[in-house]
Ligand binder design. Structure first.
Ligand SMILES: [Zn+2]
Ligand SMILES: [Zn+2]
Length: 272
């Protein structure tokens, strides 16, 4: 029961981070009705629980990352942070500063993200962090049957930042490159079930407006598959169709060449 709970919490937590905080709040890759947005916002908060990531602070930090990827102005990069704990600490500091207003971001990084003060305030409070922490602990107390199960418990408290750290560290350090970009981004896994597509950093930095982070036939982006399903159910409307996979037959980009060019070089997909 405990390993199943851990795996479910891991997968759902990173799925919502990819779907809501990253692709919606930071990049506006799809639109939806205000009611659907609230449903998604609340679902993300409940699933992420103790480690809920405020969408405004996340969006600003992430836009800074794209604008300055792997330079000294990148808020999180293995290229200039000596080791992983140091990168996590400095990311947490900047995230906290953006969250409390202690750090002011450039105007170009602001706007276009969902804000729901009541929910954001509650889920960013110590009451929520500790409350969810207590619920996870109670679950373990009831269902843990092996001593090693308890070693998994602390991860539930910090799952969001751990996912972010894996993506930012591994996705800019380990793996292969499909595209030449100015940054050090890599695709760590061709089938990224560990971080639900977030580890296709090279594809994503090369084509930041594309909702599908996979770019080759052998790659699969699970979050894009979820987005396709939500779009088919009319829950969301995807803004830009992904550029056709170069080797994919029968899936040609029908738009005129000029438009395709604009799409492929469009820097970021958030409204200015
Ligand atoms: Zn991004
Ligand atoms: Zn990146």
């Amino acid at each position: 029961m405990v390993p199943f709970f851990f795996a479910s919490h891991w997968m759902l937590s990173v799925l919502f981070q990819s779907l809501f905080q990253h692709r919606y709040a930071a990049h506006r890759m799809y639109t939806m009705t205000p009611r659907a947005e609230r449903m998604l916002h609340l679902s993300a908060a409940l699933v992420q629980g103790s480690s809920y990531l405020d969408p405004r602070a996340y969006a600003i930090l992430h836009r800074e990352h794209h604008a300055h990827a792997d330079t000294v102005r990148d808020p999180h990069s293995p290229a200039h942070h000596k080791h992983l704990p140091r990168m996590m600490l400095e990311t947490a500091r900047r995230f906290g500063g953006l969250l409390t207003g202690r750090i002011q971001a450039e105007a170009r990084f602001l706007g276009g993200y969902p804000e729901w003060p009541t929910v954001d305030r509650f889920f960013n409070s110590w009451t929520a962090h500790l409350g969810f922490g207590a619920l996870y602990t109670l679950f373990y107390k009831r269902f843990a049957t092996r001593r090693w199960h308890w070693a998994l418990l602390p991860a539930h408290f910090v799952m969001g930042p751990v996912h972010g750290a894996i993506v930012n560290w591994c996705g800019h350090r380990y793996g292969y490159r499909n595209f030449t970009t100015r940054d050090q981004s890599r695709n760590t896994l061709p089938l990224d079930v560990v971080c639900m597509g977030e580890l296709f950093q090279n594809n994503h930095h090369a084509r930041p407006a594309s909702p599908d982070f996979a770019a080759k036939r052998f790659e699969l982006d699970p979050t894009w598959q979820v987005m396709r399903l939500l779009a088919r159910l009319k829950f969301i409307q995807v803004v830009h169709a992904p550029p056709s996979h170069p080797e994919a037959a029968g899936e040609r980009d029908q738009r005129p060449p000029k438009h395709r060019e604009e799409h492929s070089i469009s820097m970021l997909a958030w409204p200015s």
